[in-house]
Ligand binder design. Structure first.
Ligand SMILES: Cc1cc2nc3c(=O)[nH]c(=O)nc-3n(C[C@H](O)[C@H](O)[C@H](O)COP(=O)(O)OP(=O)(O)OC[C@H]3O[C@@H](n4cnc5c(N)ncnc54)[C@H](O)[C@@H]3O)c2cc1C
Length: 382
């Protein structure tokens, strides 16, 4: 296993780091206060190709493999989570269904616009009565002539208010359980598509989460994604590949927390010396660094396995689980190292602490990841 990166990828990494430091860091307070991503930031991301990292070059994207996407994800993760969440949902769960299972005409119709950021992507699986038990979803799709008619409500959909194209799971054959679920590419302009309630959240400001309502929504038959009845498997594949990317964003955020905490501890003087000189603080920083390195190694190993075409269900679950839990522990210690300042909105630590929390919940909770890992142990042995 070799994690050294090509010159081309190193150039991309450096340009994303520069973008994050020059364009994103100065706008973080604005994003936080206004709950909005500035237009010039979106434009900068477009120019850099950040909307097309997952999209193959033939459809106008950067065509990065999973290691490449994780290298970019690590850099984006250092910046405001609302921005990296918006981009991550678009390029990850919002785009990868089309890349993995789309017909050629569907790819040609949507991917170039999505890669340019002219169409925003989202992924709609969760419903009010189908969260962890996603296969219990109730949204239906009934075939009528050359249309599928979708009826139901999705909730907690990242990029819901902004999305132009939504990979949506719906039941096409209720007698077949998970095998009766199909995936569709639904455009916001299709008749019967509505954005519902927009949630008020603990964090992730700038990234918006909403209901999407399908009120007899008319979807052309060619917008079935993959084959009928294969939608749940497609959803699981999308989520598994997305988990390495989420791990990378968690690692990036941890690195920022370590940088900020080290700087603060070296500058903050109590009892006549920088607080860094106390072993208690050094040990916290040592543990933060060690756990982040372990999360990074696991993330990159999973990404490498994805690129080898290996079965990564268990690796992806372990990566998401471990990286998100490390992120929360690192954020907690960062608050502690900053003392009272860690609790104040004047410093970014308070925001990052809140933003860390969601990573243990969305794209499958920590409990669900443990269920997947245990299930794989039972199936494959160890
Ligand atoms: C900000 C945000 C953005 C999101 N974005 C998207 C999106 O873009 N697209 C999308 O489709 N969904 C999205 N989600 C939904 C997200 O994936 C779900 O919230 C998550 O999967 C958990 O489902 P739930 O909220 O219904 O919790 P529940 O399933 O109700 O779980 C409640 C608790 O019970 C635990 N639990 C449930 N079943 C078991 C079990 N068998 N054993 C042990 N513990 C169990 C859970 O781990 C959790 O702790 C988003 C959610 C949030 C909050």
């Amino acid at each position: 296993m070799d994690f050294s990166i090509s010159e081309e990828l190193e150039t991309i990494r450096r340009s994303v780091r520069e973008f994050v430091e020059k364009e994103l860091f100065p706008r973080e307070d604005y994003i936080e206060n206004e709950d909005c991503l500035p237009a010039e930031l979106i434009e900068g991301a477009r120019k850099l190709g950040l909307f097309g990292t997952s999209t193959p070059e033939q459809y106008g994207g950067l065509g990065l493999d999973m290691v490449g996407k994780c290298v970019v994800g690590r850099e984006l993760g250092r910046g405001h989570a609302g921005f990296s969440g918006f981009i991550g949902a678009h390029t990850g769960i919002g785009t990868s269904g089309l890349v993995l299972a789309g017909s050629e005409p569907l790819k040609q119709k949507y991917l170039p616009m999505m890669a340019e950021g002219k169409m925003i992507g989202a992924f709609a699986l969760t419903e009010p009565d189908a969260g962890s038990d996603a296969a219990a979803l109730k949204t239906t799709a009934i075939k009528k002539k050359d249309r599928w008619i979708l009826s139901g409500v999705k909730h907690f959909i990242t990029n819901g208010p902004e999305a132009d194209v939504v990979t949506t799971m719906a039941v096409t054959d209720p007698s077949r359980g998970a095998r009766g679920i199909s995936a569709f590419v639904v455009e916001k302009v299709f008749p019967g598509y509505k954005v519902g309630k927009i949630e008020k959240k603990m964090g992730l400001r700038g990234s918006h989460t909403s209901e999407i309502i399908f009120d007899q929504c008319e979807v052309p038959e060619e917008n079935l994604l993959g084959r009928e009845g294969e939608g749940f498997v497609t959803a699981l594949k999308i989520l598994a590949s997305g988990r390495a990317g989420l791990g990378a964003r968690c690692v990036g955020a941890c690195k920022r927390l370590i940088e900020l905490s080290l700087r603060y501890a070296q500058g903050r003087v109590q009892f006549g010396k920088p607080v860094f000189e106390n072993q208690a603080i050094q040990w916290m920083l040592a543990d933060m660094t060690m756990e982040t390195a372990a999360a990074e190694a696991l993330t990159m190993q999973t990404a490498w396995k994805v690129d080898q075409g290996a079965d990564i269900i268990m690796d992806a679950a372990m990566t998401k689980l471990f990286a998100s839990e490390v992120y929360c522990r690192v954020a907690d210690r960062a608050v502690q190292i900053h003392g009272g300042m860690g609790y104040m909105k004047e410093y970014p630590i308070e925001r990052i602490y809140r933003d860390a929390r969601i990573t243990r919940i969305y794209e499958g909770t920590s409990e669900v990841q443990r269920m997947i890992i245990a299930g794989q142990l039972e199936r494959r042995g160890y």
